[in-house]
Design a protein around this ligand. Structure first.
Ligand SMILES: NC(=O)c1ccc[n+]([C@@H]2O[C@H](COP(=O)([O-])OP(=O)(O)OC[C@H]3O[C@@H](n4cnc5c(N)ncnc54)[C@H](OP(=O)(O)O)[C@@H]3O)[C@@H](O)[C@H]2O)c1
Length: 215
């Protein structure tokens, strides 16, 4: 289960290897885990990577809170300053949605490359207010995420933390049926964005992720 994820308020933060931190945590760390552990999985097994419907980039999926992904070559995405005005929250959130698109690309690549019976699935919890995801945001955004937006979980627009945890457990345990390579939107498989099916980008990203995570 690759659930760790982070969102920054700029696209300039470096991770420990000097690569951009959103890409490092949301993409490369999961890739490293998959590659380090892949020989230890016994079929049938399922790898789940938490992604986000912000990868769609439209209002229906992000309610205007997160800009859509802005794909570039993986070598550019892995570096700080990949997006315009990189010191802004908007650039940090673009890095976030782009990293989640990247994670979906890698799930498609895992589905092609992992041995039969070792499945890979992308899981989208929907908008889950009240988590620590925006811990790097300013005090107003943090207050809204902690105290105001959780009310949205009472509407269909958002998922409560409890519900997100249950959906996550169901997909990890296989209670939610999903073929390898699929996208699970909360409790059921769905199609991810049109942009997220791109074998050329998937192959390029795999090659770059292998290079960046090589010992
Ligand atoms: N909240 C939403 O609306 C939403 C929507 C769609 C998808 N998601 C995704 O859901 C997943 C969980 O996020 P959340 O909303 O539950 O936020 P969260 O409460 O901040 O949880 C994020 C988790 O990632 C870990 N993490 C972050 N940076 C790390 C690092 N550098 N090294 C190791 N662990 C790190 C955190 O560990 P520590 O607490 O120990 O730092 C924490 O356990 C993420 O992948 C996120 O992108 C969230």
């Amino acid at each position: 289960m690759g659930n760790a994820g982070i969102q920054y308020t700029n696209a300039l933060t470096e991770g420990p290897d000097g690569l951009e931190a959103t890409f490092t945590v949301n993409v490369l760390a999961n890739h490293l885990f998959v590659r380090l552990l892949q020989d230890r999985f016994a079929a049938p097994a399922r790898i789940v990577i938490t992604v986000s419907d912000t990868h769609f980039g439209d209002f229906k999926h992000n309610m205007g809170m997160v800009p859509g992904p802005a794909w570039k070559s993986p070598d550019a995405l892995a570096r700080t300053g990949a997006f315009p005005e990189p010191d802004t929250t908007s650039a940090g959130r673009t890095a976030y949605s782009t990293s989640k698109l990247a994670a979906i690309y890698l799930v498609h690549e895992y589905a092609r490359r992992l041995p039969a019976g070792i499945d890979a699935v992308a899981y989208n919890p929907g908008f889950v207010p009240g988590t620590g995801l925006t811990r790097n945001a300013g005090p107003v955004s943090r207050f809204a995420m902690r105290r105001i937006l959780p009310v949205m979980a009472l509407t269909p627009l958002a998922t409560s933390r409890d519900a997100a945890g249950r959906y996550l457990a169901d997909v990890v345990l296989g209670t939610t049926r999903a073929p390898t390579g699929s996208y699970v939107d909360r409790g059921r498989t769905a199609r991810s964005s049109e942009e997220s099916y791109d074998e050329r980008r998937e192959g390029e990203l795999w090659e770059a992720a292998e290079r960046f995570t090589a010992a």
